[in-house]
Each structure stands twice: as structure tokens, then as C-alpha cells.
Write a protein that binds this ligand. Structure first.
Ligand code: NAP
Length: 254
């Protein structure tokens, strides 16, 4: 395997990694030699996910906490410092969805969406940056969304949060670059995960995605792994503040 993509001796924290895109990105990092720390709220599911990676011979462990719990997030990064002495890669990926017409959106739901996607990414990045600045190297990767480039009805809190996350990616990249830290976002299109269960069950919507996407299909979670490895590895050493769109071409077509 090319050393350009090799992640041996790198410690990576991936939030929202018990399933879906987070698990797929963690698996790809681990397959390239990284030791991955999987995060999610449900400890039992998370242990199973880490077990699956360990069974494949990869370095993996579970670290359950709610990314919206400020104290728990700060403690988690401190624990990683105590146990591993470093943190090389942070992927801010945890998040939830909420779909209702604008007039039915409650303040609490809007704030919950901002907290799970945006505030949590800001906080975990700040804590990770303290370690990465001391190391003079690090990689922060945020999971954005094509929905922050092309809007849709009903997902107001989600789009607001992801648009903020794209902006936060750039402001952190501008500030942390001189410290040897890159900050980028991966911007997925439509992937077949639990978050999209309702959309996948809707034949009309599924057909629309297939027609709207030049590749003519939904993506599978493993198809995000390569982008994560690229941005986390030496192959992406001069890529900073970039939004890497992985959407089968959806956002470049009308
Ligand atoms: N699927 C797509 O098409 C798509 C497209 C664009 C962007 N994205 C983004 O990609 C990311 C992953 O989405 P996905 O489709 O893989 O979703 P998913 O299958 O629902 O997985 C979400 C993950 O996040 C965890 N999680 C949720 N809230 C959390 C919290 N407060 N603290 C810690 N962990 C939390 C979940 O575990 P627990 O429930 O156990 O906490 C789970 O591991 C999200 O940020 C999503 O917005 C997805």
C-alpha cells in the first residue's frame, strides 16, 4: 500500500461512528493503519461496532458519550490524551435529522439540531486543537452536507447547522493552518443509511434521487471511506479549508 495513504500510529476519534457514514469512515481509517476511537451515545451498539473492527484485526475502541454534552466531550478528549498521549485525526460526524414544515418547527428542535451538528463540532475541534497545536500536526474533518449547497424544504435546522459547519470548517482552517493542522469537510450527497430510512422507503423520493444524480443511484456508506483517508493522510497534506463533495455529481447538474 502506498505510504501516501498510510495512517499507521495515528490516533483518530470519529464521532457518530456506531453505524452509517461514521462507521464506514472509521473502518477505512483503521484499514489504513489508524487506531480508531468510535463515538456514539449507545454504549452497547458502539462496543459491537468496535468489536467488528477488532475482529478484522484493526485497532479500535469504543468511547461512548453524547457530543451535545459539553462536559462529556471535554472529558473524552482529555481521556484520549491520558490514554494515548495524542490525537491526530478528528472526524466530526455525529448528528440527527428532523423533518417537518417550517410552521411546525419548535425552538427546541432547531436548537437540538444546531447542538448535535454544529456546536458539538466546534467544541470537539477546540479541544482536539489544543492537543494538535502541541503536536504541531493534526487533521480535522467535518461531515457537511450537499443540503447546505442545494436547499430542500422541511429540514431547516439541519441545513442551518450544516451551512454553519461549512463556514466553521473554513474559519478553523484559516486559523489552524499555521500550526500544521488542516481542517476540511466531506460533503456527502444521498447515502443509504439509517438516517435516510424514511426516504429510502419512499419509492417516489428514491426514484427522484436516482434521476437527479448523474451516477443514477444512491451511494453506499463505504463509498465515503476514500475521501476520509485522503483528507486524513499525507495524500491530502496541502488540502485545507476544502469542501470535498461526494455526491455522484448531484450538485453540478440542474
Ligand atoms: N446519509 C446521508 O445521506 C448523509 C448525507 C449528508 C450528510 N450526512 C451526515 O453524515 C453524518 C452521519 O449520518 P448517517 O447517515 O451515517 O446517520 P446515522 O446512520 O443516523 O448515524 C448517526 C450516528 O451518529 C450518532 N449520534 C447521533 N447523535 C449523537 C450524539 N448527540 N452524540 C454522539 N453520537 C451521536 C449515532 O449513534 P447513537 O444514536 O448511538 O448516538 C450514529 O452512530 C451526519 O452528520 C449526517 O448529517 C449524511
Amino acid at each position: 500500500m502506498s505510504s501516501l495513504f498510510w495512517l499507521e500510529n495515528r490516533i483518530a476519534l470519529v464521532s457518530g461512528a456506531s453505524r452509517g457514514l461514521g462507521f464506514a469512515m472509521a473502518e477505512a481509517l483503521a484499514a489504513h493503519g489508524a487506531h480508531v476511537i468510535l463515538n456514539g451515545r449507545n454504549a452497547a451498539t458502539l462496543e459491537k461496532a468496535a468489536g467488528r473492527l477488532k475482529d478484522m484485526g484493526y485497532g479500535a475502541e469504543a468511547l461512548a458519550f453524547d457530543v451535545t454534552d459539553a462536559a462529556a466531550a471535554v472529558d473524552a478528549v482529555e481521556r484520549i490524551r491520558e490514554v494515548h498521549g495524542r490525537l491526530d485525526i478528528l472526524i466530526n460526524n455525529a448528528g440527527v435529522q428532523h423533518r417537518v414544515p417550517l410552521t411546525e418547527w419548535q425552538d427546541g428542535d432547531f436548537e437540538r439540531l444546531l447542538a448535535s451538528h454544529l456546536t458539538s463540532s466546534f467544541r470537539l475541534s477546540r479541544e482536539a486543537a489544543k492537543l494538535m497545536i502541541a503536536q504541531k500536526r493534526g487533521r480535522i474533518i467535518n461531515t457537511g452536507s450537499v443540503a447546505a449547497i442545494l436547499a430542500r424544504p422541511t429540514i431547516h435546522g439541519y441545513i442551518a447547522a450544516k451551512t454553519g459547519l461549512h463556514g466553521l470548517t473554513r474559519s478553523m482552517a484559516a486559523e489552524l493552518g499555521p500550526q500544521g493542522i488542516t481542517v476540511n469537510a466531506i460533503v456527502p450527497g444521498y447515502f443509504a443509511t439509517e438516517m435516510n430510512e424514511a426516504l429510502l422507503a419512499d419509492k417516489d423520493f428514491t426514484g427522484w434521487v436516482e434521476k437527479r444524480t448523474p451516477l443514477g443511484r444512491w451511494a453506499q456508506p463505504h463509498e465515503l471511506g476514500g475521501a476520509a483517508v485522503f483528507l486524513a493522510s499525507d495524500a491530502g497534506s496541502y488540502v485545507n479549508g476544502h469542501l470535498l463533495v461526494v455526491d455522484g455529481g448531484m450538485s453540478i447538474t440542474l
